[in-house]
Design a binder for this molecule. Sequence first.
Ligand SMILES: C[S@@+](CC[C@H](N)C(=O)[O-])C[C@H]1O[C@@H](n2cnc3c(N)ncnc32)[C@H](O)[C@@H]1O
Length: 202
Amino acid sequence: MQVEDRWQSAKDAAHYADARFSGAQADRDLQLVTRLIERFDGGRATRSILDVPAGTGRLHDGLAHLSKLVCGVDVSPAMLERSAYRRASRGLVADARALPFRDGAFDVVVSCRLLHHLEEAQLTEVVAELLRVSDRLVVASFWDAACWTETRKRLGLRVRTDARRAISRQRLALLVERAGGRVLGHASSFRFFSPQTFVALR
Ligand SMILES: C[S@@+](CC[C@H](N)C(=O)[O-])C[C@H]1O[C@@H](n2cnc3c(N)ncnc32)[C@H](O)[C@@H]1O
């Protein structure tokens, strides 16, 4: 199944909105996103943020604290339908590989939990699009190849079956450079133990 087809059903969207995240995990992504925005774009008013993929709008309320204008884009109407972006008429169904915005349309672009689902060609396209539509900063999460789970895989030890595609910081940096951007810094909950890492790009 293609990644863009994976969250298309109302059932999947309901599960994602109601059960996928709970407890401390629910806020962790937002905390890391906020930390990187404050670190690399702090001290300036953030006029607009794009959240892509918006999913069911998990990050909406937190991002709305940082900027008056927050928009969400997702390829799944079912996911978006459950989000505050849709309720606020700020949600758009579109593909992250071809965003319907002009260059530099948003001060900040946030992309949480998408890159590790993409094949190489898609990853290249999405990173280029995130950079293209951002004026000042991109904050994106990826599955860090230098983490405990991936180390276990490399050692041939048993791990939970997982379709996520890990990427090394070096490879990601190269890809970003090829798209005309550069890496500013990283943030993760527990380096090495948390596979998901956030990167700030410009
Ligand atoms: C794991 S969810 C993450 C949603 C949200 N960012 C979050 O952290 O809760 C992945 C989302 O990516 C969306 N998606 C997959 N491929 C996409 C694409 N090419 N363009 C836009 N959205 C896409 C899916 O529909 C799904 O909502």
